[in-house]
Design a protein around this ligand. Sequence first.
Ligand SMILES: [Zn+2]
Ligand SMILES: [Zn+2]
Ligand SMILES: [Zn+2]
Length: 346
Amino acid sequence: MAPQTISILNLLPEPDVFIHTSHGTRIPAHAPILASMSPVLENLIDRPRKHRSSERIIQIHGVPCDAVTAFVRFLYSSRCTEEEIDQYGMHLLALSHVYMVQQLKQRCIKGLTHRLTTESVVDVLQLARLCDAPDLHLRCMKLLAKNFKAVEATEGWKFLVKHDPWLELDILRFIDEHETRKKKSRRYRMEQGIYAELSEAMECLEHICYEGCTHVGPYDAEVKRERTPCGRFATCQGLQVLIRHFATCEKKVRGGCVRCKRMWQLFRLHSYVCHDTDSSCKVPFCRQFQLRMQQEKRKDDAKWKLLARKVASAKVMSSLSLPKRKRDEETRVTMDNPGIRSFKLL
Ligand SMILES: [Zn+2]
Ligand SMILES: [Zn+2]
Ligand SMILES: [Zn+2]
């Protein structure tokens, strides 16, 4: 035992309880201390003895003697060393669970979580299930899912496959769901990126149609003819080129021009997100699209409304999730992305 523990022991009365371990080691201890740290030990100590004079003995078998010593030391000092966790972390978790020593249990869970490896993960997972340690269990499952190829080659996994097919099934199911979740969130992030780009494009379109920028502007406003690139939207230049193309293209949408079709889609999307209700909107075709929306119930109307909602919410999300400076940088990154040129309506 550590020197300070020994000195405390010297101050204590004679030991009145003995812990017997697997290899016949006998650890002297004090009933009040054991009882104060563990309700289970308290019950064992309070058990009626055959003879009042006989010794109180507690048997702790099935774990190495040194692990029991470390356990008893914790009951006295509320401490255990990193080396003890390194060597007996799993045994100490089992002991702390069985004897309900919550403080030690938390310490072991933390220690084992930090020490998880592909070699140990299967054993720790099984123990976490037995010891009712859901956080540790989840960490094991995640590590398993991440490094499954390596884990599959371990002895622990081979043993589990042979002896616990239900747990194997559980793990495989978790890995499967984990993969699905990852794919879903990847798809979600990608979609959010596209909606955010479209949302920027909608703002940029209004900027061009209301204020005008380097090459394109509203017919009734004076456009500054500065040839410096637009400082507000990274896609502004591209959008202006597209608008100019749209105005002069000979093929047009009906002739099968893909660029015109894209521009047409952007105009149409604008009409769904436009808040102008008094017909004063300066974005081309806005009013026409809105009138058509009211007059005819077009089949694809619902899809456009849904897209408009997603675009609007992407704008809210991006403005909520990032601080201003970061947001500007981020916007620049997304707007450099050619996504807008390849946007497709689902
Ligand atoms: Zn601009
Ligand atoms: Zn065209
Ligand atoms: Zn409008």
